[in-house]
Design a protein around this ligand. Structure first.
Ligand SMILES: Nc1nc2nc(S)n(CCO)c2c(=O)[nH]1
Length: 157
């Protein structure tokens, strides 16, 4: 099953945190990282008084069910020492499941498609890099949706 995961880090050695997270995703049983985006230097959105992020998106093929995939991404965050002080504060690593095939999931612990993905340039630009033809729930392709963020000075590839 095909899924897309957004990665973000804004404290510590951000690059190696992201690299480690991709490697750990690859090492999960039943999961292969089949594509990944460039790294993007991005201004924080939401809580803006925090360091700039490094963001990326990976495409995976997995036999893990969505909740099992969530459990594994949370385990990777813990393993890489996610210091979760404030809910929206700086974090060593953040893995968000964006999409899982065409599934719609509305659980306390997991909402898919990710509810804020379409409004986040730091998600849509790397997602469009990995899967430009991906059909989104609003009928646009990822490439079309990402165009809205193309000039965003807060996102540097
Ligand atoms: N640029 C940017 N801003 C963010 N705000 C939050 S919260 N996050 C964490 C993702 O949920 C980010 C992020 O990854 N990148």
């Amino acid at each position: 099953m095909k899924a897309y995961i957004s990665l973000g880090a804004n404290i510590g050695d951000r690059f190696s945190q992201l690299e480690d997270a991709v490697r750990m995703l690859q090492s999960l049983g039943d999961t292969d990282v089949t594509n990944h985006s460039s790294y993007y230097e991005t201004k924080p959105v939401g809580v803006t008084d925090q360091p700039d992020f490094l963001n990326a998106v990976v495409e995976i093929e997995t036999n893990l069910a969505p909740l099992d995939l969530l459990e594994q991404t949370q385990a990777i965050e813990q393993e890489l020492g996610r210091i979760r002080t404030k809910k929206w504060g700086p974090r060593t690593i953040d893995l968000d499941i964006l999409l899982y095939e065409d599934e719609n999931i509305e659980l306390e612990s997991l909402i898919i498609p990710h509810p804020r993905m379409l409004e986040r340039g730091f998600v849509m630009l790397p997602l469009a890099e990995v899967a430009p033809e991906l059909q989104l729930e609003d009928g646009r392709t990822a490439a079309e949706a990402a165009r809205a963020f193309a000039g965003d000075s807060g996102i540097v590839k």
